[in-house]
Ligand binder design. Structure first.
Ligand code: 1PR
Length: 563
C-alpha cells in the first residue's frame, strides 16, 4: 500500500525519484500489472514520445490497469507525457489511442512565430481567479517545459474546460500547463526539473492527504486570449567539459580553442611540449554550485569519449548519477553517443548508450561526431529539398523516435575557413564578409564555417548550415552551437555564426563559445534571437556570476528566470 511510480521504460525517471526522496517520501515502482492494486497514490512521469509511451504501456500489460486505476478514483499525478496520455489522442501519433479521460486531443505548436519544441522556462496562470497558490503553483515562478505537442485550452467546450487548471502562453499559443479534476492532477512542465519552484509543486501534492488528492474541484469556464508578450525566458546555461587528468581523476577542464593543456609549466615558464590538463574543479561540486547560483540548465561533456566506450565509462555515469541527485534543472550529457563495441565484443547501439545516460539522470543527450557522419550519409540520398534523406538508422533518428526529439541535442564544432571575398566555391552562398570594424584577421576577407569531428581534430567537407538543416530533418530537438575560433577567448559569441544557424533551422539554438562579459549575453539574445546562451570559462573562474548575467538581461528587458 502507498505511493507508486510508473515507469514504462523510457526517459529520465531517476530525477523524479531523486526529488521524491529529497522531499522525504518513500515509494515503490510499478513493476507488474498487479502492483496497481497496491497503489493508493500513483505518479506517472511520462518522458519521451506519445507513441512509445502508449506502446510501452501496452507491451508491459499496464495500459488497461492504468485506466482502471484512474477510474477507481485513487489519486493520480501525471507529468508531461503522463499528462498527455490522459487525452483521447495526439497528433504526434494519430494511430495511438490515449486513455480518453480528458475529452480533448493533443495538437502541435505552430512554429511560424517561434521555435519548436517549446523548451525552457515559462510562467503559468490560474484560470480560476480565486486560486492563488493551489498545488504549490506560484504564478510569479517559472517552470521547465519541454515538448512539441500541447493540450489546447478548449474553453468553448464545457466538458474539456472543467479539466483545465492553469494555462501557459508560448508565442501566441495558449495551452494547458496543468489539468486537475477529481482524483487527477497533471502538469505539462517537469516539476522535478523546475528547481525549487518545481519541488514546491511536488511537495504540495505529496504532503496533502490522499483524500484531498482524490477530490479536486472542476474549474469554472473562463475565456483566455493571448497577451502581447509570453512568459517564456531566455536560458543561461553552464557547461562543464569533463575528462581525466594525468593522475586519472575526472576533472572539469577548459580549453582555449579546444586546447585544454596548460601553456606554461608549473614554474611559469612557457612549455615547449603540452602541459598538464587544466583542472577547474570537480564536476559534481561545480554542477551543484551552478544549480544554486541559478543556471537554467547544465551540460556535462565527456570530451575524450572518442577514445573509449562510454558504457564502460563508469566514472562519467557516476558523475551523472551524483549530479542528478543535487541538481533539479535539466542536465545534458554529451560525448560518445554512438554505436560502440565493448572490448569483450558486446555491441551497444547509440540508443542503448543514450538510454543508459537517461536512466542515470540525464534529460538530453548531445551528439557531435556521429551527427556529422549521419548528415554526410543522408546527403548521399538526394531529396527535393536538397537536404538529403535519413534511413532511420542514425543515432539521432533512433533516439528521437524512442525518447522524443526534445531529448536529442546536436553539438556543433565549426571552424572558420577564411577565403578571398571573390571565392566561388561550393560554400559561396554561406559566405560571411568581414566588416571594416572587424578584427585584423577578418578585414578584407570572407569565410565559411566548416564542420569538424572528434573535438575539432578532423575537418569534414560539410558546412554548418548543411549540418544543422540535416540534423533538424533527422529529428534533433536542439542545436548546441560552439565555435572553435571563439572558445575560451572571451571575445563574445560569434554573432555571424549564431545568426546563420538561427535562420537555418526552426528548432531552438544554444549559442556557445566566447562569452567574456554579461553584456555578451545581452548582445547575442538581442542580435540573433537564440533561445539560450552558454558559457564555461567565465563561470568556472568566477569572473562573471550567473546572477550578474541575469541582472544584465533583466535590465535589457529580456525575460529570465530569477526564482
Ligand atoms: O563527438 O559526440 O563524442 O562529442 C564530443 C563533445 O565534446 C562535443 O560536444 C564537443 O564539442 C566536445 N569537445 C570535444 N573536445 C573538446 C575540447 O575542448 N577539446 N569541448 C570539446 C568543447 C566547447 C564547449 C565550451 C564552450 C564555451 N568545448 O564545451 O563549453 O566553447 O566555452 P567558453 O565559455 O569558455 O568560451 P562526440
Amino acid at each position: 500500500m502507498g505511493l507508486y511510480l510508473l515507469d514504462y521504460g523510457a526517459g529520465n525517471v531517476q530525477s523524479l525519484a531523486n526529488s521524491i526522496n529529497k522531499l522525504g517520501h518513500a515509494f515503490e515502482w510499478i513493476s507488474s500489472p498487479e502492483d496497481f492494486h497496491k497503489a493508493t497514490s500513483l505518479i506517472f512521469p511520462g518522458v519521451g514520445a506519445f507513441e512509445s509511451a502508449i506502446d510501452g504501456l501496452i507491451s508491459r500489460g499496464l495500459y488497461e490497469p492504468l485506466r482502471e486505476y484512474i477510474a477507481s478514483g485513487r489519486p493520480y499525478f501525471g507529468i508531461c507525457i503522463g499528462m498527455q496520455v490522459l487525452f483521447r489522442s495526439s497528433l504526434e501519433s494519430p494511430t495511438s489511442t490515449g486513455l480518453g479521460i480528458v475529452p480533448s486531443d493533443i495538437g502541435l505548436f505552430s512554429n511560424v512565430d517561434k521555435s519548436v519544441p517549446h523548451m525552457g522556462w515559462n510562467s503559468v496562470e490560474f484560470l480560476d481567479p480565486a486560486e492563488t497558490a493551489h498545488e504549490g503553483i506560484d504564478p510569479a515562478a517559472r517552470y521547465y517545459f519541454v515538448h512539441s505537442f500541447r493540450a489546447p485550452y478548449d474553453w468553448e467546450h464545457e466538458d474539456a474546460a472543467q479539466w483545465a487548471h492553469t494555462t501557459a502562453q508560448y508565442g501566441q499559443d495558449i495551452f494547458l500547463a496543468t489539468v486537475r479534476k477529481g482524483n487527477v492532477f497533471a502538469c505539462q512542465f517537469h516539476p522535478e526539473k523546475s528547481g525549487k519552484a518545481g519541488l514546491r509543486v511536488l511537495d504540495a501534492w505529496l504532503r496533502s492527504s490522499e483524500a484531498e488528492r482524490a477530490t479536486n474541484p472542476p474549474t469554472p469556464r473562463v475565456a483566455r486570449h493571448p497577451k502581447p508578450k509570453d512568459g517564456f525566458t531566455k536560458r543561461v546555461v553552464a557547461c562543464m567539459d569533463v575528462r581525466s587528468n594525468d593522475a586519472g581523476d575526472l576533472v572539469v577542464t577548459k580549453g582555449d580553442q579546444y586546447d585544454v593543456r596548460e601553456r606554461t609549466g608549473a614554474d611559469g615558464v612557457q612549455a615547449q611540449a603540452a602541459g598538464e590538463v587544466r583542472n577547474l574543479g570537480k564536476p559534481v561540486a561545480l554542477a551543484a554550485r551552478y544549480y544554486e547560483e541559478g543556471a537554467d540548465e547544465l551540460c556535462l561533456m565527456n570530451i575524450t569519449s572518442f577514445r573509449h566506450s562510454p558504457l564502460l565509462d563508469q566514472p562519467m555515469l557516476a558523475v551523472v548519477r551524483a549530479a542528478a541527485e543535487t541538481v533539479y534543472v535539466p542536465l545534458t550529457i554529451g560525448g560518445g553517443i554512438k554505436d560502440t563495441v565493448d572490448p569483450d565484443g558486446t555491441p551497444h547501439s547509440a540508443l542503448e548508450v543514450a538510454g543508459t545516460y537517461f536512466r542515470a539522470g540525464a534529460d538530453k543527450v548531445s551528439i557531435a561526431t556521429e551527427a556529422v557522419f549521419a548528415v554526410e550519409k543522408m546527403r548521399a540520398r538526394p531529396s527535393a529539398d536538397g537536404i538529403g534523406e535519413g534511413d532511420g538508422t542514425s543515432a539521432i533518428e533512433t533516439i528521437a523516435h524512442a525518447y522524443g526529439r526534445q531529448a536529442v541535442v546536436v553539438s556543433v564544432d565549426p571552424r572558420r575557413v577564411y577565403v578571398d571575398p571573390s571565392y566561388d566555391g561550393p560554400y559561396k552562398d554561406e559566405l560571411v564578409f568581414g566588416k571594416p570594424d572587424g578584427t585584423e584577421k577578418e578585414r578584407g576577407k570572407a569565410w565559411w564555417y566548416q564542420c569538424t569531428v572528434r573535438g575539432g581534430r578532423e575537418d569534414r567537407p560539410l558546412s554548418v548550415a548543411q549540418l544543422v538543416k540535416g540534423v533538424e530533418k533527422l529529428g534533433a530537438g536542439e542545436i548546441l552551437l560552439n565555435s572553435i575560433d571563439r572558445d575560451g577567448t572571451g571575445l563574445g559569441f560569434d554573432l555571424d555564426l549564431v545568426a546563420l544557424v538561427r535562420r537555418s533551422v526552426r528548432i531552438p539554438v544554444v549559442a556557445s563559445s566566447g562569452a567574456g562579459r554579461a553584456a555578451h549575453f545581452v548582445e547575442v539574445f538581442e542580435k540573433t534571437g537564440v533561445e539560450a546562451a552558454l558559457a564555461a570559462g567565465i563561470f568556472h573562474r568566477r569572473e562573471v556570476g550567473i546572477d550578474e548575467v541575469k541582472a544584465a538581461l533583466t535590465a535589457a528587458d529580456i525575460n529570465v528566470r530569477t526564482a
